[in-house]
Write a protein that binds this ligand. Structure first.
Ligand code: FE
Ligand code: ZN
Ligand code: FE
Length: 310
C-alpha cells in the first residue's frame, strides 16, 4: 500500500496523540510533526507530549514508528555566521533529536541552513560541523538527520544536488544522515521534474545516491521551474500537476519511503481566516489515481483547522 501522509500539528492538550489522530482522520499511514510551532523554539517537556498514548494508537493502527517523521523548525540556522546563534542551533537541534527519539521516531528532517552571504562553501562547512556535533551529542538516539533539498531562495544551502553531496560528504557518521527529496523544491531549484523525472532521479543517483533518500515531500509548486520561490501548491493545482505527482508517489524507487504532503490549507472564499486541511482528499486522489478538478469545493466542506507551516 502507498505510504503517504501529511504534516500534522502537535499542540493543545493532546499533543503527539492529537497528531496521530489527525493523521488517521486523513486516511494517512505516515505522518510528519513539528514538535511545537515551527517558527519558534518554545517546546513542552517530554512528559506532556502524551507519547505513550500516541504510540499505542500507532500500534493499533499498524503504523510503524519509522513512518513518524519529525521536522525541525526552520528558524535555527547551523550556518549562521554568529558564533552564539550557531551554538544555540546546535543545542536546540540536539534537543530535537532527543525529542524525536523519545517519541520513537527515527528521522528528523532539517533544512540545511542559509549561508547569509558568506558563500555556500563556508555555509556547507559550518552546517556539517554543526551536524557532526549534534550527532556526537546523541549517540544512542538511533535518529537519522534527513537534509532537505531546497528551492534556492536567498542564500539557502542545499539548492543543488552537488551542494547536497558536498555537505553529506563532510558528515562523519554516514549511517545517521540522509536526504529529504521535496518535489516543489527540486522543481523550483531548476530540475525538470515535470518533463523528465527519471532523468532527474538518474542525476540525483549519480551525484548524491538514491539510497540516501529517507523521505519524500510531495508538493505541487505555485511557480514555474527554476523560480527559486518555494511556494507549495495543492496537488494538481500547480506547475507540476496531478499526473506528475501521482507518478512520483507510486514510483517504485520510493515504494518503501514515506511520502509527506506539505500542501497549503484551502482558505474559505468569504472568510480567508478560516482554512481547511486538504490532506484527506489529496491522499485519496493520489491513492486512487484520479484527479477531481472540483476537489477544492469538497475540501471547503470539511473541518477548518490551523495550518502547520512548511
Ligand atoms: Fe519540504
Ligand atoms: Zn518548501
Ligand atoms: Fe521542509
Amino acid at each position: 500500500m502507498l505510504i503517504i501522509g501529511s504534516h500534522v500539528s502537535m499542540g493543545g492538550s493532546e499533543q503527539f496523540l492529537g497528531s496521530v489522530k489527525e493523521a488517521l482522520s486523513y486516511g494517512a499511514n505516515a505522518l510528519m510533526v513539528y514538535t511545537g510551532a515551527p517558527q519558534n523554539t518554545l517546546r513542552l517537556p517530554l512528559s506532556r507530549l502524551r507519547i505513550p498514548e500516541a504510540q499505542a494508537l500507532l500500534r493499533e493502527s499498524e503504523i510503524p514508528l519509522d513512518r513518524v517523521i519529525v521536522h525541525a523548525p526552520y528558524i535555527v540556522n547551523l550556518a549562521n555566521p554568529g558564533e552564539e546563534k550557531r551554538q544555540f542551533a546546535i543545542d536546540f537541534l540536539t534537543q530535537e533529536v532527543r525529542r524525536t527519539a523519545a517519541m520513537g521516531g527515527k528521522i528528523i528532517v532539517l533544512h540545511p541552513g542559509a549561508h547569509m552571504n558568506e558563500g555556500s562553501q563556508e555555509g556547507i562547512r559550518r552546517i556539517a560541523e554543526g551536524i557532526n556535533r549534534i550527532l556526537a551529542n546523541t549517540p544512542e538516539s538511533g535518529v537519522t538527520i534527513a537534509l532537505e533539498g531546497m528551492a534556492g531562495k536567498g542564500t539557502e544551502v542545499g539548492r543543488s544536488f552537488e551542494e547536497m553531496k558536498n555537505l553529506l560528504d563532510l558528515i562523519s557518521d554516514q549511517s545517521r544522515v540522509g536526504t529529504c527529496f521535496d518535489t516543489c523544491h527540486t522543481h523550483d531549484a531548476g530540475y525538470d521534474v515535470v518533463g523528465d523525472f527519471d532523468g532527474v532521479l538518474a542525476e540525483f543517483d549519480r551525484i548524491v545516491g538514491l539510497h540516501r533518500i529517507r523521505v519524500v515531500h510531495l508538493n505541487d509548486s505555485k511557480n514555474p521551474r527554476e523560480a527559486h520561490k518555494d511556494r507549495h501548491a495543492n496537488i494538481g493545482f500547480g506547475f507540476l500537476g496531478f499526473d506528475v505527482l501521482h507518478r512520483i508517489a507510486h514510483h517504485p524507487v520510493f515504494a518503501k519511503i514515506p511520502k509527506i504532503l506539505e500542501t497549503p490549507y484551502v482558505p474559505d472564499e468569504s472568510d480567508p481566516k478560516r482554512s481547511f486541511p486538504p490532506y484527506r482528499w489529496e491522499i485519496s486522489m493520489l491513492r486512487e489515481g484520479k484527479f477531481d478538478p472540483d476537489v477544492l469545493k469538497l475540501i471547503r466542506q470539511g473541518e477548518p483547522g490551523e495550518e502547520p507551516e512548511d
